[in-house]
Design a protein around this ligand. Structure first.
Ligand code: DX5
Ligand code: ZN
Length: 223
């Protein structure tokens, strides 16, 4: 499968959000990654339901919504309603779900991909009983909460181990990797087995989104 690049709009210029979404789409983004933070699960507050609703109206690339909130069981479907047809998937943090099976099932029943995200110190073993229900596993490679943090290098081995786990299984969820990914380390992460690569500051702080993504694609070509 072609590896996907999902720019995180958390690093976009929010004073011109619609334009930024159009620009990143024209530059070739496969998805846009939408980071939702509630100030409880993570020490930051970012995007909420009305902004996702607005994003849905500007003909965005498929939206990959990452919920870093305390109660995704309650809110996941509200984000699907807000983003409408533009929502490609909803990813919930394993650490926040009291009713993970129900939440994942409800997301899937709405016809969108259900992802499960793991914080850097959450072991892959927690996936054992839910793995077969997930469409995507997101490996956090920074502590969730802020863009522009440094990639935690030991996460490369976690991505490799997840790749081996999936290769040995009949069920093949996508692997998404999120946090601290830029032009200079994308090859390492894609080579470890990532299918979907999130990059926020690495793309939005560059002078040309198209050029940066083209260079990123060159880096991962053939993997
Ligand atoms: C971190 C978010 C990430 C982040 C990515 O909590 O989940 O998606 O915004 O930004 P960079 O690529 O700058 O680390
Ligand atoms: Zn994210």
């Amino acid at each position: 499968m072609k590896k996907l690049i999902a720019p995180s709009i958390l690093s976009a210029d929010f004073t011109r959000l619609g334009e930024e979404v159009r620009a990143i789409k024209e530059a070739g983004a496969d998805w846009i990654h939408v980071d939702v933070m509630d100030g409880h699960f993570v020490p930051n507050i970012s995007i909420g339901i009305p902004v996702v609703e607005a994003l849905g109206k500007v003909d965005p690339p498929p939206m990959d919504i990452h919920l870093m909130i305390e109660n995704p069981d309650e809110f996941a479907e509200k984000f699907i309603d807000a983003g409408g047809d533009a929502v490609a998937g909803i990813t919930v943090q394993y650490e926040t779900c009291k009713l993970l099976y129900s939440t994942v099932s409800r997301i899937k029943s709405r016809g969108v991909n259900a992802g499960i995200a793991l914080n850097p110190t959450t072991p892959l073993s927690v996936l054992d009983e839910v793995f077969e229900y997930a469409d995507m596993i997101l490996v956090m490679t920074v502590e969730p909460g802020f863009p522009g943090q440094k990639f935690i290098h030991s996460m490369v081995s976690k991505v490799k181990r997840l790749r081996e786990m999936i290769d040995a299984s009949e069920h093949k969820p996508l692997i998404e990797v999120d946090g601290g990914i830029k032009l200079d380390n994308i090859r390492l992460i894609a080579g470890a087995g990532a299918d979907v690569i999130v990059s926020g500051s690495g793309i939005f702080q560059s002078s040309s989104y198209a050029e940066t993504m083209e260079l990123m694609r060159k880096e991962i070509k053939g993997l």
